[in-house]
Structures are given as C-alpha cells and as structure tokens.
Ligand binder design. Structure first.
Ligand SMILES: Cc1cc2nc3c(=O)[nH]c(=O)nc-3n(C[C@H](O)[C@H](O)[C@H](O)COP(=O)(O)OP(=O)(O)OC[C@H]3O[C@@H](n4cnc5c(N)ncnc54)[C@H](O)[C@@H]3O)c2cc1C
Length: 660
C-alpha cells in the first residue's frame, strides 16, 4: 500500500489556514446525527471528546480508569510549550517549528509540526479561559520557563503539576457535555478490538472491567487516544496501566504502525534501586533550568562516595566534571533529552556512576541557591548577608518553583535534595512511534483516527520537553475537530450504525475466546513474570544503545518468550469480576507482539537518531563528529547563516526514506 500523507500543497505557513478554508464541513443540524467513539480521556482524548460534543456530535468516550481525570496525562509535571513570545526573547511559530523538527532529528512530518506550532498559542488561551491556574510572574502575567533543546523560554507551567491542571480543564469541558448528554462516558471500560465494516472503522468491542461483560459500540468514526506504550519496557515513568492494546488492535486490523522503536529515554529520573521495583519516577526536566549535572572527575572519589566515605558536597568545584557544560557549552545542562541521556549513560558506563548500582549522576542546585539568594538579598535590602542566609533565601525561590518535586524526591529516596544533590539516571519515558496517521490524523483505516501520544507524527526520533501536552491538546482541541468533519461530511445520510452485523459478531467472538483462553489456561507463571522478562530484553538489547547482534538476539528471545507465555501463563480469578490480572494478560500479550516489531524496526534502521543509538557508530571519532555537528548547528541556528539551507538539504537527502 502506498502511504499518502495528504499534506496540502502550498507554502508551509499557509497550508493549515488554506486547508481549513477548503475542507468539507458538517452543518450544525447534521452533526447530531453522527456518532463518534473516542478511546481515551487523557489530554488528547479528553479535549477531543469535549470539542466534538461542543460542536454537536454524539460522543462515546472510553477509559479504563474509574474517571477521565485519572488518565496518565495527570502525571505530567514540567509544562506545555507555546510560541507566545511573552518573554520577548525572540520566539515565534517558526522557531517552535524549527526546534521541534531539529529536536526530532529531522524525522517528523514538517507540515504537521508547523501546524502544531501555529495552534500552540491558542491552547494557552483556551486553557486560561477554562481556569487552568498557570504560574504567573510578580506582575500577574503568565510565567515561562525553558526546557531542553531550545534557546528561549516558552514553557507554560503550573508548578510541577501542569498535566493535572490541564487535565482538570479538559475534564471540566467534558463534564459539561456529559451533563448535557452529548458525551456518554464509559469509565472502567477497555477497548479490545476495532470493528471494520465495508472497509471503514464503525465501532469497537469493549470489556466492562467491573462486570466482565463484553459490549458492542457502533459509531461513524473511531478515535484512538490511548497514549504511549513505554511500559513495553516494564520499568518506565508511565502510569502502571499505560499500554499499547488499542493502537495494536487497530494495527492488526490494517492500520500502519510507524517508527515503533523510537523511544524517549528521559535523562532526569530517580535511579532504579533494585530488582523488585515495578515503577520509575520522573524528576521533571524543568529542574535542568536550575540544576547542574555532574559526576566526580576522579574514579577514586566515585569509589569513596559509593562506599559512603565521602559526600558529594565534600568535593570542590575542580574535583567535579560538569560534563554537559563541558561538552555542549551553548546549551549546557539544557541539551535535548537524547543528548543528556546518552551522556549520562556514557559517564556511568565509564565507571563514574555515583550510587551502588553505578547508574546515577548528580543534579545539583547549590549554584542556584546561591544565585537566587544573592538576588533576593538585594531585592530585600539585606546588606552583607551570611552564606547561610543566602542559601535560605535561594532555597525559598527554588521551593516555590519545584517544591513538590523536591518533596517527591525526598519521600522516595529518603534524602533531602536541598542539602545534598539529587541523583538521577535516564529511564524510558515516551514513545514517539505509534499508529501512522496522515495530515488529517486518520490512520490507514478509513474513519479510524489516532491522536496524542498514540500516533507517530510530530516528534520524529525525539520529542522536546513540554511538547507532548502541546500535541495532545492541539490534536484534540484544534486539529481533529476540523479534519474529522471532512470525512464525516459523507456520512450525514448514513443513519445509525448497527451493532447487529457479522463484523461485530466476528470481533466479539475473537475477544471472548481470548479471554476464555486466559482464564482456562491455568499455567505456571504470572503475567508479571513475562512482562518483567520482556522488559529486561527490551532494556538490555533495545534500549538507549543498540547493536545488530543484540537486536537479532532480542527478536529470537521475544519470540520464544511469547510462545512460553501462550503455553504457561496463569491468570487467577474469573472473567465476570473485576480482574486486574486478566486485563493485564491481554495488554502483555500485545506488548509481546509489539516488542518483536520494535526490535525488527530498530534492526533495519542502521542509523543513530534521537533516543536510539547504534553502538556500531560509537567510535571516538563518531562521537566527536556528533558533538561538533551539534555545536555547529546550535551556533548558526538562530543566526540564519548561509550554511543552514545546505545543511538541511543534506540531512533531508539522507533521511528521505524515513518520511511518509
Ligand atoms: C511522569 C511524566 C511526566 C510528563 N511530563 C510532561 C510534561 O511536563 N510536559 C509534556 O508535554 N509532556 C509530559 N509527559 C508526557 C505526557 O504526559 C504524555 O505524552 C501525554 O499526557 C499523553 O496524553 P494522551 O492523551 O495521548 O494519553 P494518556 O494521558 O496516556 O491517556 C490515555 C487514555 O487512554 C485510555 N486508554 C488506553 N487504552 C485504552 C483501551 N484499550 N480502552 C479504553 N481506554 C484506553 C486511558 O484510560 C486514558 O484515558 C510526561 C510523561 C510522564 C510519564
């Protein structure tokens, strides 16, 4: 099948406006005859459900949690990008577009990214109107901070709880429609298949997770907003329930899946503490605005720290290696996530990791305490403040910005990060890959859309910080509501879609048989046993750095593990009760299939890009070239140097095969 991205013609900056002016619309009186299913109520699905219902469509929304408010989006901490240029520091739609494309190692679809940058400003206005309490500066204006990979401050935030506040906004908008009867909300329901009738997505099979009942739901279109699949690694910063099932089911019914191996490994997570851990915790990237990353310069100091004979605060400045500042002076600690993650791994692999597992580097706020403290002392007219007073004043500022993150760190690690540097290490965080979509956000199944983290389109090989919330809300509030109308305009005379059809019969049968299998198999190993084994293969062989031999081994190991799973998995309980293990069995079965595709994708990409790195390229010469290239690009990027077009052209020629 030839993929058609359906990117409209014309100059990149006019495409979206022209396109909106010419696509088909469904008139208000006809919208009430059209039903849309939205799977997922995170920022993407929540905003899409609310907007489609506001427009007049009849929406059925599904979530496996007990409330839309508990979608994984609630965990997002650091912020949301928008090209508002409130700081007057030179931001613009073009720069946000440019940073996103460059941050993604030139693998994203540029037309989608330009549109994303364009609508980013509307998102902030929409959310402020909903009452989202974004942080404000002293004068009452919306505040911004900076995230990795950019040279401006464009990240809007609500302390370290931005996702939660945005989700409450989307949830309020949804609730208004639930109350009006325009959204029918199905909490604790899991979509287990998509139903295709005459080549079009016309409904889903869902399981009521409380009663175990299998249900049929029909609609004129189906929107998948089911989030990312980082949990294929078992350990990740994702919510425990995040999974690939909805995206995988549509893939198995014919939707293409793009870039499955593009995974973001976030540099600032709390390091793993042992083998019995089931979850990793993110420390927001925003902390890199004020924290400096380092490891000791000397291996003897590393050893002494590990043995508890030396404290990090005992080391003087010249005994520390601020390796990001050393290697990437233009961006320092705010290099993009992939660069920061690989650099931390490189230092730890070289033996400089500062905790017992050897997998941790420091994130140190001492310099910020001093910098902010001195500023505050001046503002408060305190003459000759003591070092202790300066630190106290500085810590107040840092507490106001990141207090909840510091508290979370202390609760988990049992160390006070105001007194000793935090320890961090990279962890799986986000999946750039996902269901392939065209410019309309439609998959290769007509009438089936994918939005938010579930699709692949906007972040290429690496997502910039604070851009996932932006994409989810752009898709849901401002893009899908237009593009879906273009498709639904043909359906105004179709009438209700019936669930009484052979296609629904077949899909329901398949789902029921699989559930019966899990309950009746009575094998010897738990679902988690398999998930953990899969995660280890993925992390060891398909993690941050990969090589051909390792990937080939991973493919074999995953295939053997999957066979074992289908023979020996044990699911306790029954199918007609709330049974978490049963739900998880289905999700892990899908991860076991995705994992293999993931490794195959990584194998055929003989390239290092974004979050994934081929060890074959890791020569000293290669690394030096990469650093030089990064600095070269950084140096001209905002200066419009003449080499820029040539450089872009070269990258493009080499990368054309990855574009759709
Ligand atoms: C700890 C953490 C912090 C982050 N911080 C930031 C940040 O500061 N800024 C930023 O831009 N991004 C951040 N991200 C990324 C961002 O949070 C996510 O990419 C984004 O929230 C995904 O939104 P979504 O709506 O696509 O999916 P989700 O929020 O994951 O929602 C998925 C929805 O789909 C439903 N669902 C899934 N499968 C099914 C099924 N089969 N049947 C029925 N329902 C289903 C779920 O119930 C849920 O409602 C962070 C991520 C993490 C892990």
């Amino acid at each position: 099948m030839a993929l058609d991205s359906k990117v409209p013609k014309g100059s990149i900056k006019d495409k979206w406006t022209d396109y909106k002016n010419h696509i088909n619309l469904v008139n208000p009186a006809n919208k009430r005859h059209i039903d849309v299913i939205v799977v997922g109520t995170g920022l993407a699905g929540g905003s899409a459900s609310a907007t489609l219902a506001e427009l007049g469509y009849n929406v059925k929304s599904f979530a496996y949690q007990d409330s839309p408010r508990r979608a994984h989006s609630i965990a997002a901490q650091g912020g949301i990008n928008a090209a508002k240029n409130y700081q007057g520091d030179g931001d613009s739609t073009y720069r946000l577009f440019y940073d996103t494309v460059k941050g993604g190692d030139y693998r994203s679809r540029e037309a989608n990214v330009y549109r994303l940058a364009e609508v980013s400003a509307n998102i902030i206005d929409q959310c402020v109107a909903q009452g989202v309490p974004f942080a404000r500066d002293y004068g009452g204006l919306l505040d911004n901070r900076s995230f990795g990979g950019v040279l401006v401050s464009r990240t809007f935030y609500a302390k370290g709880q931005t996702g939660q506040q945005l989700l409450l906004g989307a949830y309020s908008a949804m609730n208004r429609q639930i109350a009006r009867g325009k959204i029918e909300m199905f909490n604790r329901h899991e979509m287990l298949d998509v139903v295709i009738v005459d080549g079009k997505a016309r409904g889903i099979i869902a399981r009521n997770l409380v009663t175990g009942e299998i249900e049929r739901h029909a609609a004129h279109a189906v929107v998948i907003a089911s989030g990312g699949y980082g949990n294929v690694y078992f350990l990740s910063t994702n919510a425990m329930g995040s999974n690939v099932t909805a995206g995988w089911k549509v893939h198995k019914k014919g939707a293409y899946f793009a870039n499955p191996c593009y995974t973001q490994i976030h540099p600032t997570c709390i390091p793993r503490s042992g083998d019995y851990q089931s979850k990793l915790t993110l420390m927001s990237e925003s902390l890199r605005n004020d924290g400096r990353i380092w490891v000791p310069k000397n291996l003897e100091d590393v050893q002494a720290i590990r043995e508890g004979k030396l404290k990090p605060t005992d080391l003087t400045e010249d005994q520390r290696d601020y390796y990001l500042e050393r290697r990437y002076p233009a961006f320092g600690n705010l290099v993009p996530r992939d660069v920061a993650s690989r650099a931390a791994k490189e230092r730890c692999d070289a033996g400089y990791g500062v905790n017992a597992t050897g997998e941790a580097v420091y994130l140190d706020f001492a310099a910020s305490f001093e910098r902010y403290g001195k500023e505050q002392a001046k503002i408060q007219n305190i003459s000759n403040p003591s070092a202790a007073k300066i630190k106290e004043l500085g810590q107040e500022i840092v507490r106001a910005k990141y207090g909840n993150l510091f508290q979370m760190y202390e609760k988990i690690v049992d160390e006070n990060p105001y007194e000793t540097p935090m320890m961090i290490y990279p962890a799986v965080h986000y999946t750039m890959g996902g269901v392939w979509v065209d410019y309309n956000l439609m998959t290769t199944i007509p009438g089936c859309y994918a939005i938010g983290e579930a699709n692949f389109s906007d972040h290429g090989a690496n997502r910039l910080g604070a851009s996932a919330l932006m994409q989810g809300l752009a898709d849901g509030y401002f893009v899908l509501p237009y593009t879906i109308g273009d498709y639904l305009a043909d359906d105004i005379r179709t009438g209700k879609i019936t669930t009484d059809s052979p296609e629904f019969d077949a899909a329901e049968k398949e789902v029921s048989e699989r559930i019966a299998f899990f309950i009746n198999n009575k094998g010897t190993h738990s679902v988690d046993y398999y998930h953990k084994k899969l995660g280890k293969i993925m992390w060891d062989k398909c993690g941050m750095s990969r090589n051909a031999d390792g990937l080939k081994t991973a493919i074999e190991e995953i295939s053997t593990l999957r066979k074992d799973f289908w023979e020996n998995v044990n699911v306790p309980g029954t199918a007609s009760e709330y049974n978490e293990q049963l739900a998880k069995a289905g999700r892990v079965a899908d991860f076991l299939e995705l994992g293999e595709l993931f490794a195959k994708d990584a194998l055929v990409r003989e390239e290092s890009a974004g979050g994934h790195f081929r060890e074959e390229h890791q020569t000293e010469e290669g690394e030096a070239k990469r650093v030089k290239e990064f600095q070269f690009v950084s140096a001209w990027e905002y200066k419009g140097a003449s080499g820029k077009r040539r450089y872009f052209a070269q990258r493009r020629t080499g990368l054309r095969e990855h574009r759709s």
